[in-house]
Design a protein. Sequence first.
Length: 330
Amino acid sequence: MDLPPIRELIPVGRVWERMASVERRLIETTTSEEDGLTDILQHLMGGGKRYRPLLALVTSELGVVDGADPVDAAVAVELIHVGSLYHDDVIDEADSRRGVASVNANWSNTVAILAGDFLLARASEVAAPLGTEAVALLARTYALLCEGQMLELTLANRLDTDPDDYFRVIDKKTASLIRTSARLGAMAGGASPADIETATSWGHQVGMVFQLADDILDLVATEDFLGKPAGSDIFEGTFTLPVLLAARGDDADRIEVLLSGGKPYDPDAVTEVIDLVRKGGHVDTALSHVDAHIAAAERAVAALPTGQVRDVLGGLGRYLVQRVEAARSA
């Protein structure tokens, strides 16, 4: 199954014109007067799918603003995202990110933390012209990211994690920023209060799909598709929904034995766990949750007037599901 290019999913000329401005602004806002800091700040700026700023630019089309506000919204959410990645990599002791050495591996944990803080500060600075509501929204969102990360840490290596806690983690750690991207874009574009709420609801549902789909891909896709080894979540001690479901199913005892030793997990054990998760039908159960959130996202955008933006938002949600289908059929 061939996936459509993202430009085909967003056939809105102004979005891509503004996206070019976003790229320029990201370079400007990550340029420092201090020697060496610019290279660190821009280390990951060249990679990534730019999903969050694209969402902000798409939802800004719900309004009538022609100025730079939507670009500022898009830049701010990407700075939050990348800054949080710097911090995540320190917590996870990650060696790589986006196909290159992580900042903590390339420099040090201290440098990565300081650079992440700098990017978060820049996000607030960029958002300031959008008003106090925008800055407060970003601050609340980063607080949720921290809560989600803390909860994930407390649940690490625990097969007895309740699936409800898993959903709390992905709600706070992933969906919160995607929801904010959609909301802030609509606000910056001058959308009506009703359309801002619709964009927010859509963003929440698609944010949940984004992480669910990513977690499923880690269990069904090849390393070539993922750009990282399959089962990376398990190796890190992060047990996602399909694994948690399998740990409560018929193969629970075997999975407990395979993962009882804790990190570092044996590669053969991880491979067997993935096989048990797939054969047990737990990927399909997780996909049923994806389908439920996609349906909720489509109900949300149904409140929008028929037109290009509504079609694009619907397509972006379905694209995440298509990535899983493409990986399973590969």
